[in-house]
Design a protein around this ligand. Structure first.
Ligand code: 5CA
Length: 438
């Protein structure tokens, strides 16, 4: 992409109502624009990052055996009357009437819709287990939308739903998601810790939240320090197996959200292992058995021929919230420092003297080579001061800057800068390209 033709409306100052650094930086980098309280338009740079995160989430869901569907944003109120949640959900639900005076709602989650799909087609244990997910916009009329896309009213969620014949099988499905989540966050450059959580209005009795540690987090987390450093299990798991050992290795270490905190158990840990921190909830998983299948009549025949209610769980990732969470975890005074896996552009070529033939030629050559290597580079071909160009690219956090200027070109070198470390080196173009493409 040539920056001269792109749409990247960066701002020098963040609007004063942006209270946390991720919100300030997303506005300054021209990633989002607020259209109404808690409702945002995604501008090109923000959309690119959102799509990359979405793709990582999708790949890890697929690896764990989940199957993608796409459910509508608008749902029939009658389905929620069947489950008994229509009245319970309260003010957070955006309720709408169509021209036939039918009650609709903008889905805050999709347990009812997926259960309706399931019961229409799946009738036998032989078709289980199944895990269906979608990545779709949700709406919750939050009392206090704040911190930009961190707590929006309209937000992008990955929601997966598992269906199993009995509790033991449902537990295996839960374990798959638990570990797939850790792999997902690791690929996004994040250290996420699973904490025992309160299932809240989703219901059920087994639930974990996944927390990114950050001072601006809205939740309080209590955990064993070793959990933070334990790391993700990696992709090479036996995804068909029960995975119990991998999960237990983590759940046997103390961790809890404030609602589930057990002060006595926490105090019993060695003092140097006790960690109290703020966390951003970037995922939440639930096992709730028959909570929806029973009232909605989602039954399957077991091996004995008798029908039973299917055992369900649901698994959410806050995809749009993750954009902000990654920034909270990875930024400096100059701006955002994107992990390579989600950077909006893999590299930027900075032409310091657009219009000067020799400089243009090297910049174009670099741009062409990085494009061919699949890095999706940005070419800064604007006629602007070098300082302004560097500041903009630092702000938007492109991982590599390949700087082409008249002096270097005369000497046969370019300058290569790594955003994360600030490290700069002068080297021939071929060597610079090699450093970037690995
Ligand atoms: N049905 C279940 C799982 S599919 C569910 O809705 N879970 S949830 O309520 O915990 O939401 C899942 C994730 O969505 C949360 O962990 C959080 O990361 C994200 N999320 C929830 N509310 C918001 C919001 N208002 N703004 C941005 N992200 C949100």
């Amino acid at each position: 992409m040539r920056l001269s033709r792109y749409f990247m409306p960066t701002l020098r100052e963040a609007p004063s109502d942006a209270q946390i650094v991720s919100h300030q930086l997303m506005l300054r980098a021209g990633m989002i624009r607020q259209e109404a309280a808690g409702i945002y338009a995604w501008l090109p740079l923000g959309l690119k990052v959102l799509r990359k995160i979405e793709q990582v989430v999708r790949e890890e869901m697929n690896r764990a055996g989940a199957i993608e569907v796409l459910m509508p944003t608008l749902q029939l109120a009658d389905l929620w009357r069947e489950s008994g949640r229509y009245d319970d959900y309260g003010e957070e639900m955006l309720r709408i009437k169509d021209r036939h005076d039918r009650d609709l709602l903008y889905g805050p989650t999709a347990e009812e819709v997926i259960t309706d799909i399931f019961r229409a087609y799946i009738k036998s244990y032989k078709d289980l287990p199944k895990n269906l997910y979608n990545i779709q916009w949700k709406f919750r009329d939050e009392r206090r939308p704040r911190f930009g896309v961190m707590r929006g009213r309209e937000f992008l969620m990955k929601d997966a739903y598992s269906f199993d014949i009995d509790e033991a099988a449902a537990r295996r499905s839960y374990n798959r998601m638990f570990l797939a989540y850790l792999n997902t966050y690791a690929r996004l450059g994040l250290k996420a810790i699973p904490v025992k959580a309160d299932p809240g209005p989703i219901g059920g009795d087994l639930s974990h939240e996944f927390m990114i540690l950050a001072e601006t987090g809205e939740s309080e987390v209590f955990a064993h320090r070793d959990l933070v450093e334990m790391g993700a299990p990696g992709p090479d798991l036996d995804w068909e197996g029960d995975l119990e050992a991998e999960v237990t290795r983590r759940t046997s270490l103390y961790s809890a959200s404030d609602e589930m905190h057990d002060a006595a158990r926490f105090a019993a840990m060695p003092e140097d292992k006790r960690m109290t921190a703020r966390g951003i909830e970037v995922g939440h998983i639930f096992y709730f058995g028959e909570k929806y299948s029973k009232p909605m009549g989602a039954k399957v025949a077991g091996p004995d021929g008798a029908d039973r209610f299917v055992q369900m769980g649901s698994y959410g990732v806050g995809v749009s919230r993750l954009v902000a969470a990654i920034i909270e975890a990875s930024h400096d005074e100059a701006g955002i420092v994107w992990p390579d896996s989600v950077a909006p552009f893999g590299a930027a070529v900075v032409n310091l003297r657009p219009g000067e033939a020799a400089v243009d030629a090297v910049a174009e050559q670099a741009y062409g080579a990085l494009t061919a290597a699949g890095l999706d580079p940005l070419l800064d071909d604007r006629d602007d001061r070098p300082g302004a160009k560097f500041a903009a690219l630092d702000l938007v956090g492109i991982p590599w800057q390949l700087i082409v200027g008249p002096k270097g070109v005369a000497e046969g070198v370019v300058e290569l800068k790594r955003r994360a470390t600030g490290e700069r080196q002068s080297l021939p173009l071929e060597a610079a390209l090699k450093a970037i493409t690995g």
